[in-house]
Design a protein around this ligand. Structure first.
Ligand SMILES: *Cc1c(COP(=O)(O)O)cnc(C)c1O
Length: 376
């Protein structure tokens, strides 16, 4: 069997292990320590925001953001429908109810039109969580404007988009709170981990407090609130510090993969790359995806089956949340007023292509030739 080619797998460089060794040598093998503090500072500096709290997962960061935003049981929270389930699961941890917002065709992210209609029906909604899918920024200024109009807090799920910018500003820093993920498949990884960011030092201190079992500053264990065990380990923060040194290099390689696909598929009119607005966005190109014209005889499954035969990983587009059985009773607003859905269309016609930065030019050429062959 040929060597497995992945969608996106971890890429280590060497500095990671040096930082981990430092943690062992100093016995900072704990859910706090100098690497955690340094990783928070370095990440905050990279995205140019005030403060960061290193947590055990991106999902934990979303949960903390929702708590800081004041989400309570019975509240409505607007969430992107075209995303991974971790964007909205924490809404349910708090007993609140997600209402799903369709994607728009220009970036596949939250539709400002659908969001506006959702606010018209649920004007009391106080929190919106928008994802930047596959590393492409959402129409963040438009979304932010609508949130401000209704006095709602924006939480930006930038789990997939670390390093991407919108009008020169880093994703994750548009909302009151932003979150990043360092899961194994993300653009940089700590094996597992996440980061919550905000301009508010007070809020980030509160997040660290809640994430450390809400231990009051007493000699004995004193608790006035329900806490969580959500802090990032100092060992894993060491991996993160090493990875952050290579984030720009990872983005450049991801971009080269996207452009290789884009150039190659330019001659196949039935294929379209996942879109972004070149005039104001620079994605991190985390995953390269395509959609196939509905009238083509080639279907997404044909590509996935063909690649799998050569041990090459590909994947359907994330299945929209409003189609998930677990969220069947949640309300949903489509991009088009006639009810037709952008997210469903992208899901039906799309494929995520291998976007691993360790792919060689030969491997990329092979993948491209295989896909092109289907359309011959
Ligand atoms: C990966 C991901 C998350 C969750 O991050 P974890 O670190 O795996 O908990 C949240 N949202 C999106 C859009 C993701 O892709």
């Amino acid at each position: 069997m040929a060597k497995r080619i992945y969608l996106s797998s971890p890429t280590m460089h060497g500095e990671e292990l040096q930082f981990v060794n430092e943690a062992f040598d100093t016995n900072w093998v704990a859910p706090l320590g100098p690497h955690v503090n340094a990783f928070e500072k370095e990440l905050a500096a990279y995205v140019n925001t005030g403060h960061a709290a290193a947590l055990s997962a991106g999902t934990a960061a979303i949960h903390m953001a929702l708590k800081l935003a004041g989400v309570k049981a019975g509240d409505t929270v607007f969430a992107s429908t075209l995303t991974f389930s971790a964007t909205c699961n924490p809404i349910c941890y708090e007993g609140a109810k997600p209402v799903f917002i369709d994607a728009e065709p220009d970036t596949w992210n939250m539709s400002p039109d659908a969001l506006r209609r959702a606010f018209e029906k649920y004007p009391q909604t106080k929190v919106v969580i928008a994802a930047n899918l596959y590393g492409v920024p959402a129409k963040l200024n438009e979304i932010l404007e609508i949130c401000e109009e209704y006095g709602a807090i924006l939480i930006e799920d930038a789990a997939e988009s670390l390093g991407a910018t919108y009008k020169g500003k880093q994703t994750g820093t548009f909302g009151k709170y932003g979150i990043f993920s360092f899961n194994g498949n993300k653009i940089i990884t700590t094996s597992g981990g996440g980061m919550l960011v905000s301009e508010s030092e007070e809020d980030m201190n509160k997040a660290r407090f809640l994430a450390t079992q809400a231990r009051e500053p007493e000699r004995h264990y004193e608790h006035k609130e329900i806490g969580y065990n959500y802090r990032m380990s100092n060992v894993l923060a060491g991996i993160g510090r090493g990875q952050l040194l290579h984030l720009d290099e990872h983005i450049a390689k991801k971009k080269a993969i996207y452009m290789a696909y884009k150039d190659a598929f330019a001659e196949i009119p039935a294929i379209t790359m996942n879109p972004y607005d070149e005039s104001c966005m620079e994605p991190n190109y985390w995953l390269s995806c395509i959609t196939i014209d509905a009238d083509s005889s080639v279907k997404p499954l044909d590509i996935m089956v063909l690649l799998e035969k050569e041990n090459i990983e590909s994947r359907p587009i994330w299945k929209p949340m409003h189609l998930q059985p677990v969220f069947a009773d949640c309300d949903y607003f489509s991009h088009y007023e006639d009810g037709s859905s952008v997210s469903e269309d992208v899901f039906n016609r799309g494929v995520c292509l291998p976007s691993d930065i360790k792919n060689t030019p030969e491997e990329m050429a092979k993948i491209i030739e295989m896909i092109k062959g289907l359309f011959a």
